[in-house]
Design a protein around this ligand. Structure first.
Ligand code: DAH
Length: 340
């Protein structure tokens, strides 16, 4: 009687296990047959009422039924797991033979690149590379460069003033003074760096741009030395002859002072926004260091002389690469920067 019921349950459950379409259906069969409150458990309870011999025999039948159900259940469970795995492998399949995009490598900004080129060039000519603060004092930015408070030249540069009389340096020339104080004569130094002007921005003006200051102090420095170095510099930068012109220029810290212009390499002469339609670009203001500037820095102008120049590094980079809008350089647009 009990025998038959157990066999019935067994064959019914085995069929259900076989027919289960999902792990959930399989689990339902397990709960019904093998669960703590399932059919086999109920049979075990009933078994308790049987005489000992009979109980032993039915116990064995029950055990066999249980084992057979368990092993059938487990093999079906493994099959579901294998199906799930292969479904996942199909869904998450990666084609390892596809060419990978590779890591994106950065590169130096064109300004940094030219700056380093110039540092190497001047290094080979015996110049020391100096750095100076971007937040400067009035003294270094103006007074020590022969630009007293009352001097109209202060208005030549629109200054970003900070609290406490400090300012964002308007040029790299203050590093000349720091260099003279630190190194003493004779000296050869350059000082590349950022400078700031409170001006409205357009294709050729930025509030933040780069200059490279240069200075040489020695005995018997002449305009001839100045011109020689400037020519060496321009040839090294452009790797070709560029047409230059020298005009008198006024800067309080040099006497005489010059504007060294190069013919615009963007338009080649006829005029464009970069050269303000003039065909020429002011690139290298320079001159012989004013005796007042030497004296202020503790150098005797009767013994020592010097030349100085303030190269427009940003402008130079624009000429070198044919960039016609200064705003591109600091704009952070990767499509622009990745061209270099
Ligand atoms: N500091 C000047 C400026 O930014 C440029 C300059 C002119 C620098 C003449 C010099 C120089 O060293 O000799 O406008």
């Amino acid at each position: 009687m009990l025998d038959q019921s157990i066999q019935d349950l067994l064959s019914r459950s085995l069929k259900r296990i076989e027919a289960a379409q999902s792990p959930a259906e399989l689990e339902a069969v397990r709960v019904d047959a093998l669960g703590r409150k399932g059919a086999l458990a109920a049979f075990s309870k009933e078994m308790g009422k049987l005489p000992p011999d009979e109980r032993k025999r039915i116990g064995m039948v029950l055990n066999q039924a249980k084992q057979s159900l368990e092993s059938s259940y487990e093999s079906r469970e493994r099959a579901f797991a294998a199906d799930a795995l292969s479904a996942r492998l199909d869904a998450e399949w990666l084609d390892l033979t596809l060419p990978a995009p590779g890591p994106r490598r950065g590169h130096l900004h064109p300004i940094t690149r030219i700056q380093r080129e110039l540092e190497d060039l001047f290094g080979s000519l015996g110049f020391t590379v100096l750095d100076g603060p971007e937040v400067e004092t009035e003294y270094y930015n103006f007074d020590a460069l022969n630009i007293p408070a009352t001097h109209p030249a202060r208005d030549m540069q629109d200054t970003f003033w900070l609290d406490g009389g400090r300012l964002l340096r308007t040029h790299t020339s203050p590093v000349q003074v720091r260099g003279m104080e630190r190194l003493g004569p004779p000296l050869r130094m350059i000082a590349p760096g950022r400078v700031f002007r409170n001006e409205s921005v357009d294709a050729s003006h930025e509030h933040t741009f780069y200059q490279l200051e240069g200075m040489m102090v020695d005995r018997n420095v002449s305009v001839g030395n100045l011109i020689y170095f400037m020519k060496t510099l321009l040839t090294a930068i452009f790797h070709r002859d560029v047409t230059v012109r020298l005009r008198p220029g006024y800067f309080p810290f040099v006497e005489p002072g010059f504007e060294l212009d190069i013919q615009c390499l963007i338009c080649g002469g006829p005029g464009c926004p970069v050269c303000k339609q003039s065909g020429w670009v002011e690139l290298l203001p320079c001159g012989l260091v004013h005796p007042n500037v030497l004296r202020t820095s503790g150098i005797d102008p009767a013994v020592w002389g010097g030349f100085a120049f303030g190269l427009g590094l940003t402008r130079l980079v624009m000429m070198r690469y044919g960039i016609d809008d200064i705003r591109q350089l600091q704009g952070g647009d990767l499509r622009f920067l990745e061209q270099f």
